[in-house]
Ligand binder design. Structure first.
Ligand code: TYD
Ligand code: MG
Length: 451
């Protein structure tokens, strides 16, 4: 029963209702609604009365000089380093390596700044064992094992670090609230108290959060609004590659990624990502594309397998690109090249399962499919860039020049690009042969017929 002292909160999406439902009306999940006691503190948000408006010209930007996380890849995702007083939320599945990356970062930052690492999930000894594996140096690094929010806030006030880490937000609790640690209202209240403290004292705060099974942060959307930067740490546990992906950033661009490898001695940066997502063999069904994720272009292989189907509905599966994109590309091939793909199963996967959002990968996907279908390898040492329009034309790609530069750096000799009004070939002289095309059939004639 509802009462004026309780509220019902969905533990999946954070939406609130005044009564219990078996199914959340907002996110449609079953059995996620839990009764939680209303916290009176919640209504009186911590608004500082002594804060007055200031003349814009009088505000100095000195405070915003960033400091490095010690990892170039991490700094790039953060938009160029850690902003003092900012709150960063690092999300990821359990076991992906969140505690490892933050401990490494804590060590590196502590060489220059004061760092406090608050571990609510592991004991001091466990952290020490991890630290010994990492084989790193530290100077001003303090570790504090505690789950009680008020003690944590006190400790932060006493230590006054420049950089503090909470590992993890789901494990800490505020005693004033009746609900269990990790519940939406606990996560929300604890984060907002921590955030206020960080902003008041100009402490950069990194909060670790676990993600739910569908990949969103537990205790979710409300928390994302509260913080300045949201970063996801991704990768499957079988492969050793890990990606940092920025999904929200008040101080830099989003969709920036950082690539790491989990080794015996912790995470190490991968400075040349093209090398891990490509395989320079020339076989049918595989093409290399240059994609743009964040501010950086790099090469990824697209693999396709096309087989005659035994089902009434042909199978279509993708890894790394969206299934809707595949359907669209298949429709374009069917309509504009007159190939009956409805009789074939089609599987498409990116190198290493790397998730590609750049639409200029379309051309590579289409050519991989056609290459597998005809069992003809694509033209040697070639890379493909271009978005496929619904009428079969190859559309302009953003950041074409940096993509061609990356291809040159990798030693690729030919590249197919959308026809443009700039004289690209002149810019690259004889470093690479640039073939400009305007539609899919031109691309097929060039890439698949020459062999
Ligand atoms: P961890 O950082 O504890 O994950 P999270 O905090 O996200 O839950 O990482 C745990 C995994 O990382 C574990 O499977 C072991 C592996 N690992 C290494 O491979 N090398 C290392 O040096 C460390 C510290 C962990
Ligand atoms: Mg952990």
């Amino acid at each position: 029963m509802s009462s004026k002292f309780s509220t019902f909160i969905c533990q999946n999406c954070g939406s609130e209702t005044s009564q219990y439902f078996g199914k959340c009306l907002n996110c449609n999940e079953w059995n996620t609604i839990v009764e939680e006691r209303k916290s009176p503190r919640y209504k009186s948000a911590n608004i500082k009365e002594n804060k007055k408006s200031k003349l814009f010209n009088e505000i100095s930007s000195e405070k915003t000089a960033r400091f490095t996380s010690g990892f170039k890849e991490f700094d790039r995702v953060l938009g160029g380093g850690i902003v003092p007083g900012s709150v960063v939320l690092l999300g990821g599945e359990p076991g992906i390596g969140k505690s490892t990356i933050v401990l490494q970062t804590a060590g590196k930052i502590s060489l220059k700044e004061k760092v406090l690492y608050i571990t609510a999930e592991e004991s001091l000894e466990q952290v020490k064992i991890r630290w010994e594996r990492l084989n790193q140096n530290c100077i001003d690094l303090k570790i504090y094992a505690e789950t009680n929010l008020s003690l944590i806030l006190e400790e932060i006030k006493i230590v006054k670090p420049s950089f503090a880490i909470i590992d993890s937000i789901q494990a800490i609790h505020n005693d004033d609230m009746g609900s269990a640690p990790g519940s939406v209202s606990q996560v929300r209240a604890c984060s907002s108290d921590l955030q206020n403290l960080a902003k008041e004292n100009n402490i950069a705060l990194l909060i670790i959060g676990h993600v739910t099974k569908d990949g969103s942060l537990a205790g979710p959307k409300t928390l994302e609004h509260l913080v300045d930067v949201v970063i996801n740490f991704e990768g499957d546990k079988i492969s050793s590659h890990r990606l940092l992906r920025s999904v929200k950033n008040r101080f830099g661009s989003t969709f920036e990624i950082g690539i790491f490898e989990m080794l015996e001695k912790g995470l190490s940066e991968i400075k040349n990502p093209s090398s891990i997502f490509t395989n320079k063999e020339n076989i049918s069904g595989v093409t290399t594309i240059i994609t743009n994720e964040g501010s950086r272009p790099f090469a990824v292989d697209i693999q396709a397998l096309v087989n005659k189907t035994f089902y009434s509905n042909p199978r279509r599966t993708t890894t790394g690109i969206s299934i809707n994109r595949l359907h669209q590309i298949l429709a374009v091939i069917e309509k504009h090249l007159g190939i009956k793909l409805s009789q074939y199963d089609c599987y498409v996967a990116t190198g290493g399962g790397f998730e590609i959002n750049d639409p200029s990968s379309d051309l590579g996907v289409a050519l991989s499919i056609l290459s597998s279908l005809n069992n003809i390898p694509p033209i040697k040492n070639c890379s493909f860039i271009g978005e496929l329009g619904l009428s079969g034309q190859v559309r302009q790609s953003n950041n074409l020049r940096p993509k061609i530069e990356e291809a040159v750096r990798l030693g690729i000799k030919n590249i197919l690009v959308p026809r443009s009004k700039y004289d690209l070939q002149n810019n690259f002289e004889n470093l690479i042969e640039i073939k400009e095309i305007s539609n899919i059939s031109e691309a097929v004639d060039y890439a698949l017929a020459k062999n």
